[in-house]
Design a protein around this ligand. Structure first.
Ligand code: SER
Length: 875
């Protein structure tokens, strides 16, 4: 029987024999598609080919793609763990035809692979075909039906509706009818009771879909209409984990060798057994599934965080921790301990896991620890909520409270419900839903972008980027559309050819303008949408059919180039000074500054920073000439030791940017030689997440301005100090003087207090054996009011002091009682609480000393008198 690794390979080998090129999986985290956060299907990376915006290099490709279905149209999160065949992250085995073969070959090869190569029993298989849809004006897919019935009896070929048999990537985009292969893995006995065909697409855990063959022919437009694509394509996707289960004859995906090492490790760590209790089993499956997702996301450069994709990953991690905490009794972090077995299983197929093992473990461990602390806090909060509800004889935890626990402490509603029920309480589920909907609405409002359909101006043009060689070029508009974001209307415009660099690889998009004899329109930003370079404009040209010269703002471009090239030098210098574990984890290159995030586990010391900066400046002075190699085979680039980034999508042919010993795969724009950068200055170094440091810096003219500002500051300081010959010495002297003055002032104040106290005590009233002192301190001594009170207390055996003062024009009062009075039940706090009403204030303290500030200075004397009255009444 094949193991998982052999099975994956057999799929790729099979399609290689059918002249498919085997391509790597695209990163799981999507960077250039505003409609998608994560790769949710193997076809995502080919979207632009389907739409006709990019030409396919190969007409047939196949791969195994890491997919994540946790947000948007395809979201399986809630099923994961509770059933045995859905996953957050899974591998999709796919074969594609770009305008080449179609239904006949796709169906024949699917059959050949499943039945002839893998030797799955044909009788277990069912195929579905699209039954047609009136609303979309689509007929039944009889063609596919005819192809399938060459292999399967008619009773095994079923009609399916639009929901199951018309595949769409999202609300808009490429789509088409699909034909699914299902497999019946039930026992012979069960099969006799109900025929498999009745259970296809009916949510039965043992009659499951394994392969989806999509015949992409349409583009669903934003208006909802279907538009015929220029060519017909095939997009297939087979659930690798499900196929593995079918082939290995297991009852669950989790019983295959993809998951068993992760379950075994959990059993070892928790001393629990799998397959004993439903609840424990679910938790173990959740943990096994989620740990894969988290590890793959981190390897792709997506760390858990509080925003966007990072937040999704954080929530998945927390979900796993919670299941471990609640159902597996884990109070300490343990997810990171599963990385070792995970990498043993998956590392060969996905080397990015092996290369970043230490980093992945560290990030998960820290995240988990911090969430466990949050969880404990949440549990104490819930305890308090429950105690309050019980004290007020109520029975329900409000929707708002349940939501707060969910949103802030990651408590799922079922956990809160469980704890509530254990305490004979209920939770307000519908109130929770209301809060949840309100939050979703807030999120929708914050991110909602309405995009109209493209208006085609010049058809059949595939856009070309020429910005490495030209900063101005004649263009025509090929398409445009209106977008509305935060109630602002903008236009996205695409040209036939463009010098504008679209934001990517950390480098921000070019700005500039398009001009002709009659008008000028600003380009305010340039972004990529998949492979399309989209120029953002505030308005459309009056005549979109005219020719224009597209001009990049050269000054901004040059500043960006300085910051981009210096980022490469910084990367190189960091690796030299700190070590080769320094991996780039993010960057921002703008005209103003650069930001470089990298893996490193401790603060970079001042000395190290100095070394790094000096090394970068040395490389600048060496005036290294840019060596740009535009089309280098990936294998050659690897041989040259070019630095590639995890989570970036590279083709077989890559661009290399080399400055001396710094060799990186990079698509950005750069200076011609490092001398152009002039100067580099590090502005700050900080931590941004577990194991990730950030350096911010400036180069070129911006570095000059930064240094200039520092010099100006020094000269201003010199002016303030009256231009001394040695500024540092003068400042040191000033600090010394000021601290010795402070000491003198303090001791003088003490003496003053001592004298005043002596006088006060000598003149104090004694009422029934209790010394009563009352005085207003000058505002200059207001800071010392407490000291004053304490010294007084230490002087009297049985006494009370009422003090008043002003702080910035506001009244303040204090009451101090000697210990003997406290012992008999007097309480300064009670007196202060009453008296402070006169100054419209409040405060507190302890029985022997309490103070209060207020707003009404006119009431200061009244407040002190009130305190005295209260005291005297006790005597
Ligand atoms: N795109 C289709 C799916 O995701 C087939 O690959 O199911």
């Amino acid at each position: 029987m094949m193991n998982a690794a052999q099975l994956r390979q057999s799929f790729l080998d099979f399609f290689a024999t059918k002249q498919h090129r085997i391509v790597p999986s695209a990163p799981m985290v999507v960077k250039n598609d505003p409609t998608l956060m994560f790769t949710n299907a193997g076809m995502n990376q080919f979207k632009e080919i389907f739409l006709g915006n990019t030409l396919a290099v190969d007409k047939r490709v196949a791969n195994s793609q890491k997919c994540l279905r946790v947000s948007g149209k395809h979201n399986d999160l809630e099923e994961v763990g509770h059933d045995t065949y859905h996953h957050t992250m899974f591998e999709m085995l796919g074969n594609w035809s770009f305008g080449d073969y179609f239904k006949n070959e796709a169906i024949n090869w699917a059959w050949e692979y499943l039945v002839e190569v893998l030797k799955l029993d044909a009788i277990l298989l069912y195929a579905t075909v699209f039954e047609g849809d009136k609303q979309d004006g689509l007929d039944r897919d009889t063609e596919s039906f005819n192809y399938w019935t060459r292999h399967l009896p008619e009773s095994h070929v079923l009609n399916g509706n639009k929901k199951d048999n018309f595949w769409e990537m999202g609300d808009a985009g490429p789509c088409g009818p699909c034909s699914e292969v299902h497999i019946d893995l039930r026992s012979e006995e069960d099969k006799k009771k109900i025929p498999g065909r009745d259970l296809v697409n009916a949510g039965h855990p043992e009659v499951i879909e394994i392969w989806n063959l999509v015949f992409i022919q349409y583009n669903r437009k934003a208006s909802g209409q279907l538009e015929l694509l220029p060519a017909k394509h095939v997009d297939t996707g087979m659930g690798f984990e499900r196929l593995c289960r079918a082939l290995q004859g297991k009852a669950s995906n989790y019983d295959t060798d993809i998951f068993t090492p992760l379950l075994d490790k959990q059993c070892e760590l928790t001393n629990l057994k799998y397959s004993v209790s439903e609840q424990t089993d679910i938790a173990m499956r959740v943990v096994a599934d989620h740990v894969r997702t988290i590890a793959f996301a981190i390897a792709d450069g997506q760390l858990p965080s509080n925003v966007k994709a990072g937040y999704v990953i954080r929530r998945i991690l927390r979900r796993a921790v919670r299941y471990g905490y609640t159902f597996l009794g884990r109070r300490e972090s343990f997810l990171s301990l599963l990385i070792e077995p995970l990498i043993e299983t998956m590392g060969q197929a996905y080397p990015e896991l092996v290369a970043q093992k230490g980093f992945i473990i560290k990030v998960i461990h820290e995240e988990e620890e911090s969430f466990l602390r949050t969880l404990e806090t949440g549990i104490s909060l819930l305890d308090k909520i429950i105690a309050d509800i019980k004290a007020s004889n109520k029975k329900v935890i409000t929707g708002k409270q349940v939501f707060e626990l969910y949103d802030t402490f990651g408590f799922p509603i079922d956990l809160t419900d469980l704890i509530a029920r254990e305490n004979q309480l209920e939770i307000d589920k519908s109130g929770f839903e209301v809060e949840m909907e309100a939050q979703k609405q807030r999120a929708r409002n914050a991110t909602s972008v309405q995009t109209d359909d493209w208006v085609i101006v010049t058809p059949d043009e595939v856009e070309e980027f020429v910005g490495y060689d030209y900063q101005a070029v004649d263009v025509v508009i090929t398409r445009y559309r209106k977008v509305k974001q935060n109630n602002k209307e903008l236009f996205q415009v695409v040209f036939n050819v463009t010098p504008f660099y679209a934001e990517s690889g950390g480098q921000i998009g070019d700005k500039g303008r398009i001009v002709n004899a009659t008008e000028t329109v600003e380009v305010i930003d340039t972004k990529k949408e998949n492979n399309l370079i989209v120029h953002l404009m505030v308005s459309l040209p009056k005549d979109p059919f005219a020719r224009f010269t597209a001009e990049v703002n050269e000054q901004l471009r040059q500043q960006v180039a300085c910051h981009h090239s210096v980022t490469h030098l910084l990367h190189k210098a960091l690796r030299e000074v700190l070590g080769s574990h320094v991996e780039q984890k993010g960057s921002l290159v703008s005209p103003e500054h650069l930001r470089f995030d990298f893996a490193h586990f401790q603060k970079v010391s001042d000395e190290e920073l100095k070394k790094v900066e000096a090394l970068v400046n040395l490389l600048i002075r060496e005036n290294l000439i840019l060596e740009e190699h535009r089309t280098v085979p990936m294998s050659k680039a690897q041989e040259l030791g070019a630095v590639a980034l995890f989570g970036e999508k590279y083709g077989d042919v890559v661009r290399i940017i080399q400055f001396g010993g710094s060799i990186e795969l990079c698509g950005g724009t750069h200076v011609g030689s490092t001398g152009e950068i002039g100067l580099f200055k590090i502005v700050s170094e900080s931590s941004i997440a577990t194991g990730i440091r950030r350096i911010e810096g400036v180069a070129g003219g911006k570095a000059e301005a930064y240094v200039e500002a520092q010099f100006e500051l020094i000269s201003e300081l010199k002016g303030l100090m009256k231009n001394p010959p040695n500024l540092r010495k003068s400042i040191e002297l000033l600090i010394e003087e000021s601290s010795s003055l402070a000491k003198k002032v303090e001791s003088m104040q003490r003496n003053m207090i001592a004298v005043e106290i002596k006088e006060l005590i000598a003149n104090a009233q004694e009422v029934n054996g209790v010394l009563v002192v009352s005085t207003q301190l000058s505002p200059a001594l207001s800071d010392l009011m407490k000291d004053f009170a304490m010294q007084l207390r230490s002087q009297f055996k049985k006494g009370v002091a009422v003090l008043g003062t002003q702080v910035n024009g506001n009244p303040k009062i204090a009451v101090a009682l000697s210990d003997e009075l406290v012992k008999i039940g007097w309480n300064a706090v009670e007196i202060i609480r009453e008296a402070s009403k006169e100054i419209q204030g409040g405060g507190g303290g302890q029985p022997f000393f309490a103070e209060a500030g207020g707003k009404n200075i006119a009431g200061l004397e009244k407040a002190m008198n009130k305190a005295l009255e209260l005291i005297k009444a006790k005597l």
